[in-house]
Design a protein. Structure first.
Ligand SMILES: [Zn+2]
Ligand SMILES: [Zn+2]
Length: 124
């Protein structure tokens, strides 16, 4: 329910309305959680674009289509563990979803490498 006070417009302060506490997806105040994940200190939205970009970089570096290069596997698993530590399965799923859109042929490879991290298992 929208606060009636905001019927004619919210009083936005960054991503959040000062009157009714509604949030919007712009002007977030991001702080770094990891080198590749930021979180908005106001509404809690996570920006993991850099994590996805990093994984894509590793994926496309391989010679074999659809597989991560062996040299990158450890790093990919470490990224999965770090994501799980700060955001659990929901953060991992978010990263996985964006990754799969960018390089669908590698989705299965990422799924396999992350298998067993936190609540992640092959059924995703
Ligand atoms: Zn409002
Ligand atoms: Zn925000």
């Amino acid at each position: 329910m929208m606060n009636l006070k905001c019927l004619f417009g919210h009083r936005w302060h960054g991503c959040k309305c000062n009157r009714c506490n509604k949030t919007r997806d712009k002007e977030h105040r991001y702080v770094s959680m990891l080198e590749y994940v930021k979180i908005c200190s106001v509404c809690g939205k996570k920006d993991y674009t850099q994590a996805v970009n990093l994984l894509v970089t590793y994926a496309v570096r391989g010679d074999e289509i659809a597989r991560f290069p062996i040299s990158a596997m450890e790093k990919v698993i470490e990224i999965g563990k770090n994501l799980n530590d700060i955001g659990g399965i929901s953060l991992m799923t978010g990263v996985y979803g964006m990754f799969s859109q960018q390089t669908p042929i590698h989705a299965r490879g990422l799924n396999e490498l992350w298998n067993g991290i936190g609540e992640w298992n092959d059924c995703i």
